[in-house]
Ligand binder design. Structure first.
Ligand code: AP5
Length: 215
């Protein structure tokens, strides 16, 4: 968990590779559904573009279906889910049916001014899905070639300043309370500073999660 731009995708992908488990990002799944023009994608579009959360029942069905279809036998990382207490409760039910439970909830912490800076600089590749910061590219202009596959990079529709403000507000009011909800449960909540180089944040994460596994 973490606010928009905290690095959930960046760190989650590295953590998943290290652990050899799949990563399920509800944001990525919804964007994929939009690209594919499915009913789910069409339903999610207006919420995402406004910086609002997609309704809980839609997200819970999506997660349930994804976990049923995936090889999640060695575990998995959830990125950007759950985002409301209803989703956290629903996840608990889905996991209980599977005879599983969460090992930890990660709270990736980044100050708001840094989040705004990162989101305004984020560029994504519509072809290969790579995520860049404008500083890693020749410039921040849209259409600059993706270093991975040469397609022109774009700014995410919801990374425009007015939508970013709403997403941050939605995080504070609807998602942050989920951390307190978990803190009152028996799932360990691991707070990790998300600032500094990507590799340093990843090192901290691995260290904290390994400590958790040993205690
Ligand atoms: P989603 O895609 O999950 O968006 P988000 O939570 O707002 O998170 P982001 O993807 O913006 O950021 P991130 O934390 O993954 O950061 P990243 O690694 O990319 O969701 C989008 C929308 O879908 C939601 O608004 C909602 O409408 C809907 N949705 C999704 N899940 C839902 C759910 N469960 N319920 C209801 N609705 C849902 O990094 C950001 C940038 O910073 C990148 O450019 C990266 O290169 C850079 N960066 C990363 N780490 C560092 C670092 N250490 N230093 C400098 N730059 C860094």
């Amino acid at each position: 968990m973490g606010p928009p731009g905290a690095g959930k995708g960046t760190q989650g992908a590295r953590l998943a590779e290290w652990l050899g488990v799949p990563r399920f990002s509800t944001g990525d799944m919804l964007r994929e559904a939009r690209r594919a023009g499915t009913e789910l994608g069409e339903r999610a579009r207006r919420y995402m573009d406004a910086g609002e959360l997609v309704p809980d029942e839609v997200i819970l069905d999506l997660i349930d279906e994804t976990l049923r279809g995936a090889d999640a036998s060695r575990g998995f990382i959830l990125d950007g889910f759950p985002r409301t207490e209803t989703q956290a409760e629903g996840l608990g039910d889905v996991l209980a049916r599977r005879g599983e439970s969460l090992d930890a909830v990660v709270d990736l912490q980044v100050p708001e001014e840094e989040l705004v800076r990162r989101l305004s600089a984020r560029r994504v590749c519509p072809e290969c899905g790579a995520v860049w910061s404008a500083e890693e590219l020749e410039s921040g202009e849209e259409g600059i070639p993706c270093p991975e596959c040469s397609a022109g990079v774009e700014q995410r529709e919801d990374d425009r300043p007015e939508t970013v403000r709403r997403r941050l507000e939605v995080y504070r009011t609807q998602t942050e309370p989920v951390l307190a909800w978990y803190a009152a449960s028996d799932v360990p909540v691991v707070a990790v500073p998300g600032t500094g180089p990507v590799s340093e944040v990843q090192r901290r994460l691995r260290e904290r999660l390994t400590e958790g596994a040993e205690t």
